[in-house]
Design a protein around this ligand. Structure first.
Ligand SMILES: Cc1cc2nc3c(=O)[nH]c(=O)nc-3n(C[C@H](O)[C@H](O)[C@H](O)COP(=O)(O)OP(=O)(O)OC[C@H]3O[C@@H](n4cnc5c(N)ncnc54)[C@H](O)[C@@H]3O)c2cc1C
Length: 311
């Protein structure tokens, strides 16, 4: 334990937490080791108590949204892990949707549709949380979070809240100022426009259908593993190396979309990392293109040999 054993039940009273808890229960890939301490705060005040305690006791703290863009290594995550899924309220005020960071982007796009607000159609199939989507500047089919972002509330290390405007977010392709670390996105306001509910619904259905046809949604995965290199399509590059279908352990380069790595049963993070390294090396060797992972790989590495010995 890096977190010295303390009486957390007394310290954190009504806050939900688990010690030594498997994160594979939460990740979209279904891989990942344990969190030393996993917290599920229900409100800003609970998050502030956890945040301040971690800072004052120099305990590392990792925030998870919906864990759909993560490979958590098999050695798990040391220190505090905070899952924001219980901070999930969404409210609509005229053309603005304000959501807590743990709210699901898909739900926000659904609520927007119900009140004829247009702008979040692109997001209807992205399985992230609001916080994770802002952190990643998630996007699809020509739209991205930056297009609708108005501002967000972030929590600093000392528990204070600040409002960050769009200018402060420095959005880029799958990037935002949140990636510099140090702050937690607590809530955000998205500015939409009124549209025609039938057109909004049609657009969302059309995009959902495209996903169902092209993506291996029947298997656990973390979505597109790599960022799209300028001038190329990642899936095509990988296909042309001949790696589509390649299996390492329980991880496979999807036979439906080569940009995805799916867990076909019992995969470890180690399997994922080996397959990612193989793809990067082959694409580099064959086409001179350097693929950059879009997926965030975090946590403690344990060697694949150790992992096999344990199982
Ligand atoms: C089947 C599938 C399809 C996908 N399709 C797309 C797509 O079309 N477009 C796209 O862009 N992505 C796609 N993704 C990837 C993923 O859904 C997005 O990147 C999403 O925005 C990640 O959000 P999350 O809440 O799951 O973040 P997580 O995976 O939980 O976290 C990602 C990063 O954000 C950080 N983070 C999360 N919440 C906060 C917060 N509140 N404050 C500070 N940091 C935070 C985490 O620490 C981590 O570093 C897909 C994934 C899957 C599995």
């Amino acid at each position: 334990m890096t977190v010295e054993t303390r009486d957390f039940k007394t310290i954190f009273e009504k806050i939900d937490f688990y010690e030594n808890h498997p994160l594979s229960e939460y990740t979209y890939t279904k891989v990942g080791g344990n969190a030393e301490v996993l917290f599920l705060p229900k409100c800003i005040e609970e998050l502030r108590i956890i945040r301040k305690y971690a800072t004052e006791h120099e305990i590392p703290m990792t925030v998870l949204g919906n864990a759909s863009n993560l490979i958590i290594r098999d050695g798990g995550i040391k220190g505090f892990v905070v899952l924001l899924e219980k901070m999930n309220d969404i409210t609509v005020n005229d053309k603005k949707v304000t959501a807590f960071a743990g709210a699901k982007l898909i739900e926000a796009s659904e609520i927007a549709r119900e009140v004829s607000l247009s702008g979040l159609e692109f997001a209807s199939g992205i399985p992230g949380s609001i916080g994770g989507a802002i952190y990643m500047n998630a996007g699809a089919y020509g739209g991205e979070i930056a297009d609708v972002f108005e501002d967000c509330q972030v929590m600093l290390k000392d528990g204070r809240l600040e409002v960050w405007t769009k200018e402060m977010m420095h959005f880029g392709y799958r990037s935002s100022a949140l990636q510099a670390g140090g702050v937690i996105c607590v809530s955000a306001t998205l500015a939409l426009t009124y549209g025609d509910i039938i057109e909004i619904s049609q657009k969302m259905e059309e995009l959902d259908e495209k996903r169902r046809l092209r993506q291996p949604l029947e298997y656990p995965s973390c979505g597109s593993v790599f960022k799209r290199p300028e001038g190329y399509f990642t899936g095509k590059l990988i296909q042309d190396t001949g790696l589509q279908g390649r299996i390492i352990g329980g991880a496979q380069v999807s036979t439906k979309h080569a940009g995805f790595i799916v867990n076909i049963g019992g995969a470890s993070a180690c399997d994922y990392e080996q397959l990612i390294a193989l793809i990067i090396a082959e694409v580099q060797a064959k086409f001179g293109v350097t693929l950059q992972p879009e997926v965030r790989i975090i946590g403690e590495k344990i060697s694949c040999d150790e992992l096999q010995a344990d199982s």
